[in-house]
Design a protein. Structure first.
Length: 119
């Protein structure tokens, strides 16, 4: 007989029932643990999150912006100890990850805000 999920042949004693379907043991285990799925979108999302691990400088940048609501380039250089070129690389990475965005300050001048902060 065949598993109704993956169509692989299975012995009658391997048969498991889940949601009214007859499944092989592998598919039954998969059905019981929906987090472990072969959904390409879930895999994509998970791998995308994996690549979003922040380095220490990026964490300092995010923390300062979260604390102050915004931060200028000068403030971020002071907080991270990076020079402008190195800092801009980290900022570019954070913007690419949609964690921060550039913003104009009411008094003029550029600053950075959290991406989700639309104020
Ligand atoms: Zn199966």
């Amino acid at each position: 007989m065949l598993c109704e999920q993956c169509n692989s042949p299975m012995e009658p004693e391997e048969e498991r029932e889940f949601g009214g379907r007859k499944l092989c043991e592998d598919c039954y285990i998969d059905a019981l643990s929906p987090a472990k799925t072969c959904d390409p979108w879930a895999t994509y999302t998970a791998s995308r999150l994996d690549t979003q691990e922040l380095n220490p400088a990026q964490e300092v940048i995010l923390k300062l912006i979260a604390q102050q609501g915004h931060a200028t380039l000068a403030e971020l250089m002071k907080a991270t100890g990076l020079d402008e070129a190195a800092l801009m690389r980290e900022i570019a990475a954070l913007r690419h990850m949609e964690l921060i965005r550039g913003a104009m300050m009411p008094g003029g001048g550029r600053a950075f805000k959290l991406f989700k902060d639309q104020g």
